[in-house]
Ligand binder design. Structure first.
Ligand SMILES: Cc1ncc(COP(=O)(O)O)c(C=O)c1O
Length: 398
């Protein structure tokens, strides 16, 4: 009966992250650097809020858009953290993780044959849902511009078929963030065109330099902006499945119809947990960031000593070093590294072809794990690197 299945669904490829994570899990001494989730436990008060909700029989459906109380907390979070206002009654939707928010948003706006522009390399979760909605991804190559979307190049890709531009800053997989000036330049382009802007800002609380600049702080694009967020990364709550979608009422109204058709509502005990996270655990991301920053700096130093080029990321919890001077493809690199040294990383090609020549390393794991993984990787890289390309000063340190 395989012929009877939906072709687009059959053709979805399993994300590289999963493939290599599963292989690493099968090795007793495997070290997994593929993880896209914080390695910290969800804080106790958040867990207690969910337990109390269950004890109080808050186990049914909520309003389709989510508890008003949670939508108020979401609205207050954005107002207080980033300085812009979305009305909890009509402009905020609670979803089953950011993932469902993205899927429902895309299905609410896309028609067959529409194009969605994505700066690439980019998170592998978008492409399948764009295809499932019958639309076509169009890539803006950022690999030659330091993984920063060039506004003029973006503009050159916008055509009559473009329905939306989907951006993810801070970026998974590169860890890149943009400053105010760079955001202003992108907004200047987006403002001129009749396209929706879907901004996945799930890592906005994980920044290590300048504070995050949100597309939500530009009133000139408000009518066509859909902001996606959630507590998965900020509050170490990936398994609770709570995301948010913010946008003008006319858009949220239609996205809500898709959402209620596929989810009815987000899990109710998790919604209570999210209220606690947003109301009383605002300092948590900054505490986690202190640890992430130490790990990032330590791993960057080790990668550079190995002779691998890496941009110092200012957000999320990923590093995206170049492995071009090993002469291996990113898939070969990841497969051989895992086979020989039992260290799992994600090939850059998992994030579109524009990620070829790079690997993604997640530092959402302990410093011990990271340092052991770097020791093993150094042995592997030394064997494969084309020695002439190691800068002298770095070669002497390794
Ligand atoms: C850029 C990006 N957006 C969305 C998600 C999914 O978020 P959620 O767990 O809230 O569905 C991830 C998870 O890795 C991600 O990296």
């Amino acid at each position: 009966m395989k012929n009877g299945l939906n072709e687009k669904a059959v053709n979805i490829s399993v994300p590289g992250t999963r493939v290599f994570a599963n292989k690493a899990a099968a090795l007793p001494d495997g070290i997994n650097l593929t993880l896209g989730e914080p390695d910290f436990p969800t804080p106790a008060p958040i867990k207690e809020a969910a337990i109390a909700a269950i004890r109080n029989d808050q186990t049914g459906y909520s309003h389709n858009a989510g508890l008003l109380r949670l939508r108020e907390s979401v609205s207050a979070f954005f107002r207080e953290e980033y300085g812009f206002l979305y009305n909890p009654d009509g402009e905020v939707l609670i979803t089953t993780g950011a993932s469902e928010g993205i899927d429902s948003t895309l299905r609410a706006i896309l028609n067959e044959g529409d194009e969605v522009i994505l700066p690439a390399p980019i998170y592998s979760g978008y492409e399948p849902v764009i295809h499932l909605a019958g639309a076509v991804p169009v890539y803006l190559d950022t690999s030659k511009t330091g993984f920063r979307p060039d506004p003029a190049e973006l503009e050159s890709l916008i055509t009559d078929r473009t329905k939306a531009v989907l951006l993810n800053l801070p970026s998974n997989p590169t860890g890149v963030t943009l400053d105010k000036e760079e955001m202003d330049a992108l907004v200047a382009v987006l403002e001129r065109h009749d396209v929706f802007i879907i901004s996945d800002e799930i890592y906005s609380q994980n920044t290590y330099g300048e504070p995050h600049v949100s597309f939500g702080s530009y009133p000139q694009i408000r009518e066509k902006l859909i902001l996606v967020h959630g507590v998965s990364k900020s509050h170490s709550m990936t398994g609770w499945r709570i995301g948010f979608v913010l946008g003008p009422e006319y858009l949220i109204e239609t996205i809500l119809k898709v959402h209620l058709s596929n989810s009815i509502c987000a899990s109710l005990p998790s919604q209570y947990a999210a209220i606690e996270a947003l109301d009383h655990c605002r300092s948590l991301p900054a505490e986690m960031n202190k640890e992430y920053r130490k790990r990032r700096d330590a791993v960057v130093e080790r990668l550079r000593q190995m002779g691998l080029d890496v941009i110092l990321p200012t957000g999320a919890f990923y590093l995206f070093p170049s492995i071009k001077n090993t002469g291996l493809t990113s898939y070969e690199f990841a497969e051989k590294l895992l086979g020989q040294q039992h260290v799992a990383v994600v090939p850059g090609s998992s994030f579109t072809k524009y990620g070829e020549g790079f690997i993604r390393i997640s530092y959402a794991t302990s410093m011990n794990n990271l340092m052991e993984a770097m020791d093993r990787m150094a042995v592997f890289v030394k064997e494969h690197i084309q020695s002439a390309t190691i800068p002298q000063e770095q070669a002497s340190k390794s």
